[in-house]
Every structure is written in C-alpha cells, then in structure tokens.
Design a binder for this molecule. Sequence first.
Ligand SMILES: C[S@@+](CC[C@H](N)C(=O)[O-])C[C@H]1O[C@@H](n2cnc3c(N)ncnc32)[C@H](O)[C@@H]1O
Length: 264
Amino acid sequence: MSDRDPLNDLGFDGPASARVYDYSLGGKDNYGPDRSAASDALDAYSVAHLLPRENRKFMRRAVRYLLDAGVRQFVDLGCGLPGKGNVHDLAHGADPDAKVVYVDNDPVAVVHFQSLLHSVPGATAINADARHPDAILSHPELTALIDFDRPVGILMISMLDWIPDEDDPDTLVAAFREALSPGGHLVICDFLSDNLSEADRATHRELTERYGISLTFRSSERFKGFFDGLNLVEPGLVLAPEWRPDRPYDPPSGWLLAGVGRKP
Ligand SMILES: C[S@@+](CC[C@H](N)C(=O)[O-])C[C@H]1O[C@@H](n2cnc3c(N)ncnc32)[C@H](O)[C@@H]1O
C-alpha cells in the first residue's frame, strides 16, 4: 500500500484517476496534470479512446439488468466523479425508492456526488477505501440505506485495477461477496492482461513511472476467482461490449473484461 493517504490527500499536485477518467469522458472536473496524463495515454495506445465508453456503457447495461432482476439497492465502489447516466439516475428512473451508496477514496469525487445528491432521497456518497470492506459495510450512512438481508448490487467498475496485488484484492472482493444475500449481484469490469502486447506493457511501465499512478491488468483466469461461489450471468466473463449488448457495437478494444455474478 502506498504512503499516500488518498482519503485526505486531494491529489491536486498530480493526476487523479477520477479526474483523468472524467477528462477522457469529456467531463469538466479535471485539471492540467489530469489532462496531460489522459492525453499521453490516449496518444500511446490506439485503443485507449474506446475504453471510457466501453466501461460506462457496460455499467449502464449491467445496472439495467439488475433492475430488471428486481435489485433495488446498489453500492458503487470506486464511483469516480458524477457523469451522465449515473447509477442513481438509472435506479431512480426505474424505482424512485431505490437506494444507492457511492463510495470512493478520492474526497473530490465524493464531494461532487454529495453536492449532486443533497436533495436526492435514497442516495448518498461516502469517502472510504475499498481495501477496508468492514469499515464500508458498517458505515452508518450505508447501513441507513442498504439492507444486506435483501438483494444488493455491488459494482466494481474500473476500480479493482487501482488495487495492486500486494493489497490483496481477492480478500476485499470476497468480503463484499460474502455480504450479499441470495439474489444479490457482484458486477466487475476491469483491465484484462490477456491481449496486451509486449509494446503495450513497455508503454504502461513508462507511463507508470512518469505519472506515478499504476494500473494492474489481470488475466481472465484471475477474474474468475473474483466470482467464486456466484453464478455468472449469461454470457459469462466477456469483453465489455460483448456483455448483453443492446445495439451493434464497434470492435471491442480487447482491454476490458466484464461480468456479473449472482449469489445463489
Ligand atoms: C476510472 S475511475 C472509475 C469510475 C466509475 N466506477 C466508472 O467506471 O465510471 C476509478 C475510481 O476508483 C477510485 N478508487 C481507486 N482506488 C480506490 C479504493 N481503494 N477505494 C475506493 N475507490 C478507489 C478512484 O478514486 C476513481 O474514482
């Protein structure tokens, strides 16, 4: 775990993942270091421009799927900055009584959500680190809204890639998975290592060194473990655009793997 304390450090002296991602989606809540990092990544990889939308579109399809399956409670871990079609927009569109808790360890992202949600009943945002599941699951703002005895959708959308293996992502995913009751779902979309070329890996090392932020790409085998004990919803673990597409889509980048598991 790095020495930086993301819960208290606003991180304006360098790029922050939520703001880099916001910039790559055409958002306005980003600054010079975020734009430089995003531009360098967009220039370095031919598929980079596809990733933010592949990710966001998968998230929306997955949330709609869960809503159709009757899920009315959502915990969005690593929610980032608000954008278009946030989880609570979709959930409240289907059911105004749906409950949504956003979680991020970036205080700037959380404040933006809190401001957006201040007059929205049934939704809140908390500043917490996904590496501490117990603190999140027992957080009073979460327990006030979410009842884990009923189905909950836990979203980890481009979040686990920020958690290096040394911080033991398997244990944190297991803790959230175990909190689910039958009918609850775990939704994951994350960077896949299977299709990376040697040149991509070298560029990744170079960008990591330049910006001091590191993403972890994982194999499809590794992803399967995150869904231990859950039933993978059809079509299983696939490239993000191939997960229950609702319209024709461009050729996938091959870099984002996505899946939804249901607790039996
Ligand atoms: C690329 S953004 C994804 C935003 C959103 N989930 C989406 O896909 O549209 C990654 C987010 O994960 C957050 N994050 C990274 N590590 C985290 C951690 N340990 N705990 C909570 N959030 C984390 C970052 O601050 C950032 O907002």
